[in-house]
Design a protein around this ligand. Structure first.
Ligand code: NAD
Length: 312
């Protein structure tokens, strides 16, 4: 008998989770308040699984057809969640909606079910504090597209049972994801805090007229990113001197001085001159009606990189 996972919300992220859980051999039930979304999701998942199989990127030991046969649509939340060991909530990023769905889930789950939210930035205590099963709630935040970008941020609330966090970490690892556990709730979790720090500094360098839009992107794609695809900033500094302590001795003061010079956080204002300038430069390269094509190009590149990393 296979363990059952319930995926609640079958949009972009719900579909990806359904595929990932099926790849791990789980029986997956998918629910959405829009019945058409479920039908579209099943159709889309079938196509995607075939594509992954053809591209040699299917996870797990089952074929695409076998994985697809593990995924079913459900027209009732109660049916979907019944007997599930893990519920993965994937509804829109609106706090009131999250509160409402977790209240509904609270009334139907057992004392053992893990209640995981895919939320990108809402800390779990904001939608679980009043629940009977609050100690079973955490955030499991995937990065899009999760098949090629395997990080999952696990964010427990202060009252989440540690054993459920460990269990979820093991499940994510089994799926082939790379889970990290935040030891406390923090706005933006980890990935977006780092991403926003980079974005804010890039914005400032454009705003202050130091670099063009094209050149700031080159700093990342041809400078930091190649290295960061294989090692993080901590291992980087370890290798860039004779260990971390030696790195701090050599460069610590200089880094502190530069960071001190950053000044106040720039506002990422849509009506600012900087926003206009960045938009104009990007639209020359990728007009707004070509965004979808470029997203496909990005996903193909990410797939190629994931493949390379698997082979290395
Ligand atoms: P989406 O809009 O593509 O899908 C949301 C789905 O939820 C829709 O199909 C909608 O019909 C359904 N829904 C709405 N209310 C519901 C309810 N009460 N019960 C069941 N289904 C309901 O959204 P998405 O991009 O898949 O995002 C889902 C969650 O994942 C959000 O919390 C988002 O922050 C997070 N997330 C998104 C991304 C991303 O890149 N899109 C990445 C990581 C995490």
């Amino acid at each position: 008998m296979r363990d059952k996972v319930a995926v609640v919300g079958s949009g972009l992220i719900g579909r990806q989770w359904a595929m990932l859980f099926a790849s791990g051999g789980y029986s997956v039930s998918v629910f959405d308040i829009e019945p058409k979304q479920i039908a579209d999701a099943l159709e889309g998942i079938h196509v995607q699984l075939k594509k992954l199989e053809d591209g040699g990127m299917l996870r797990g030991t089952l074929s695409a057809e076998e994985q697809f046969s593990l995924i079913t649509g459900s027209s009732s939340l109660i049916e979907c969640v019944k007997d599930a060991v893990h519920v993965q909530e994937c509804i829109p990023e609106v706090l009131e909606l999250k509160r409402k769905i977790f209240k509904q889930l609270d009334d139907i789950v057992s004392d053992k079910t893990v209640l995981a939210s895919s939320s990108s930035c809402i800390v779990p205590s904001l939608f679980s504090e009043d629940l009977k099963h609050k100690s079973q709630v955490l955030v499991a935040h995937p990065i899009n597209p999760p098949f090629y970008v395997p990080l999952v941020e696990l964010v427990p609330a202060p009252y989440t049972k540690p054993e459920l966090v460990t269990q979820t970490k093991e499940v994510m690892t089994k799926l082939g994801q790379a889970p990290v556990v935040l030891k406390k709730e923090v706005d933006g979790f980890a990935l977006n805090r780092v991403q926003y720090a980079i974005l804010a500094e890039c914005w400032r360098l454009i705003q202050d007229g130091v670099l063009s839009v094209e050149d700031i992107d080159t700093v990342m794609t041809c400078g930091l990113a190649p290295r960061y695809a294989f090692m993080g900033p901590m291992e980087t500094i370890h290798l860039n001197a004779e260990g971390v302590v030696n790195y701090c001795e050599r460069y610590g003061q200089g880094i502190y001085n530069v960071v001190q010079s950053f000044g106040p956080t720039p506002t990422i204002d849509p009506s600012s001159e900087t926003a206009e300038k960045v938009q104009e430069a990007l639209c020359k390269k990728i007009p707004l009606d070509k965004l979808q094509e470029r997203r496909q190009w990005r996903d193909q590149r990410l797939m190629a990189l994931a493949k390379l990393k698997k082979e290395l």
